[in-house]
Design a protein around this ligand. Sequence first.
Ligand code: NDP
Length: 310
Amino acid sequence: MHTTFLYKSDPERGRQWAEVFRRREPAIDFRIWPDIGDPAQVRFLAAWEPPADLSARFPRLEVLFSSGAGVDQFDFAALPPQLPVVRMVEPGIVGGMVEYVTHAVLGLHRDMPRYRRQQAEGVWQPLPVRPAGQRRVGVLGLGSLGQAVLAQLVGLGFDCAGWSRSRHAVDGVKCHAGADELPGFLARTDILVCLLPLTDSTRAFLDARLFSMLPKGAGLVQVGRGPQLVDADLLSALDSGQISEAVLDVTDPEPLPAAHAFWRHPNIQLTPHIASMTQPLSAAEAVLDNLRRFEAGEPMVGLVDRSRGY
Ligand code: NDP
């Protein structure tokens, strides 16, 4: 059976995917949008923004792969209802996120934002040094990224906890699950890392009420998605000292408008959504592994539960 795999995302990265497909699965006709060939042959699509009218355009489409870790950019209501949707789970994304969050947590743990401000003011003032074992880090989201980040932080000796919808067991991590266990998790968290997907239930999740349940002076590392954070509530929490410092990799909107208060806030470190990125070579390998599973009737890694939105 002729199989076209259509890629619709950054074409430069697409050429790297094409190399991997040519080497590993030469029988698959790998095409980069807009060179779609015969639309009736397209069985698989990898996209960040899929084209409209998928079922009319590609009547044999069998799987939609997100070219990134999230799927919140998809309008599920506009997708064919039975079409399996798969998010990107690949070692490149994981590695980048582990680096970014570890850097952010270590920076907060060792008071680096404060030393930057002291340097700007010509102040030589050592602060007490707390061992990692006395710093409680809490990660919201125990998925592929949350668990990988926690493995690294546990290795560094931090006192780690995690929170997710369903119960997990993670080595060295105090695992909390569900709304009932959220207050207890927050009450023991000095540095909060958000690695939740954006869904209806996580939109505006990082708000004044949640901040008030953290110990005073907690730090925040937000690497999930911008709309999870209520900007005004973060600014108030920073003003009152409830939150001491925030590291934000994602904002709403992106890029952040020039006049937005986050740009110049002394207690906010901002990066332009670079915590981690899909790495084309390892992503193509991961998708090929999933194609093999799909053809063998096995469950694909990263298959999205459309009723949950992630
Ligand atoms: P996963 O789907 O593997 O994990 C999501 C985790 O969040 C799961 O543990 C899930 O719980 C938990 N969760 C989801 N909804 C809720 C809820 N309402 N209440 C409690 N827990 C919830 O995702 P990944 O780890 O692969 O990625 C997480 C997110 O990271 C992505 O969706 C994306 O938004 C963000 N990201 C950001 C990047 C950046 O550069 N800034 C790059 C890559 C990803 P359960 O285990 O019970 O299902």
